[in-house]
Design a protein around this ligand. Structure first.
Ligand SMILES: Cc1ncc(C[n+]2csc(CCOP(=O)(O)OP(=O)(O)O)c2C)c(N)n1
Length: 223
């Protein structure tokens, strides 16, 4: 299944148009994760040694669903039921209904704390799996993120990567840039074009010692 198919899949999920830009801002990063980075497949969703991807920014999950569908986690026919009462594909992802979804999300500010705890637990059990968590720049306003950023900088879990989709929607902005908020706590940081597949691949492929953040800049509207 190729990237070009994703826009066709997005077009089949209607009824949450106010979150279209929220969804499409994540499309390229989530695609690259599932196509090139993550050690996860539809047959390994319960494997303790799978990589974990946590979508913290749970509103507007259409891009996430499009990628999961393209990679065979659930049948294409589900796309047309998006948002319907008995559909597994709700307007916020539900981990009990969708194969491969690691956390139910939509209430912002939970993904990074969960990812940190997960990375520490994996380290403690000598499990080499990697943990990736995707947040929004507006979501970073939630204070729980700042506790997790500080704690991760102190405890330095191996294989924790945060990706912040920066579509310039944070209420107060980030003077000096988002990367600096992480670097001051000891994280490795890079800022890239969130539509550039090679840049995304390179940024996600490096494995520094300690936590890493990739700030992926996108435009609010997909074009
Ligand atoms: C705890 C919590 N507070 C408020 C909201 C309402 N809310 C939904 S989307 C959003 C903005 C999120 O901005 P960002 O993370 O940058 O994502 P974007 O939609 O810009 O892609 C807010 C505040 C929420 N979902 N959860």
């Amino acid at each position: 299944m190729v990237y070009a198919k994703l826009n066709q899949f997005l077009g089949r999920m209607t009824g949450d148009e106010k979150h279209t830009a929220s969804a499409t801002s994540t499309l390229d990063v989530i695609w690259i994760l599932y196509d090139r980075i993550l050690n996860i497949s539809p047959t390994s969703t319960d494997d303790p040694r799978r990589d974990r991807f946590l979508l913290s920014k749970g509103h507007g999950p259409m891009a996430y669903y499009a990628v999961l569908c393209a990679k065979g986690f659930f049948p294409e026919s589900w796309l047309d039921s998006f948002g319907a009462l008995h559909s597994p594909l709700g307007q916020h992802p539900d981990r009990t209904l969708i194969p491969g979804v690691e956390i139910s999300s939509g209430s912002l500010g939970h993904g990074l704390p969960i990812a940190l705890g997960l990375a520490l637990a994996l380290n403690a059990s000598n499990n080499p799996s990697s943990v990736y968590v995707l947040l929004g720049d507006g979501e970073l306003d939630e204070g729980s993120n700042h506790e997790a950023i500080a704690l991760a900088g102190r405890l330095k879990p191996a294989s924790l990567t945060a990706i912040v989709i920066d579509n310039n929607s944070a209420a107060h902005g980030w003077p000096g840039g988002i990367a600096g908020r992480f670097e001051v706590e000891g994280w490795h940081a890079s800022t890239i074009d969130g539509r550039d597949h090679e840049a995304i691949t390179n940024a996600l492929s490096s494995h520094p010692i300690g936590p890493k953040v990739v700030v992926a800049q996108t435009q609010a509207k997909y074009s």
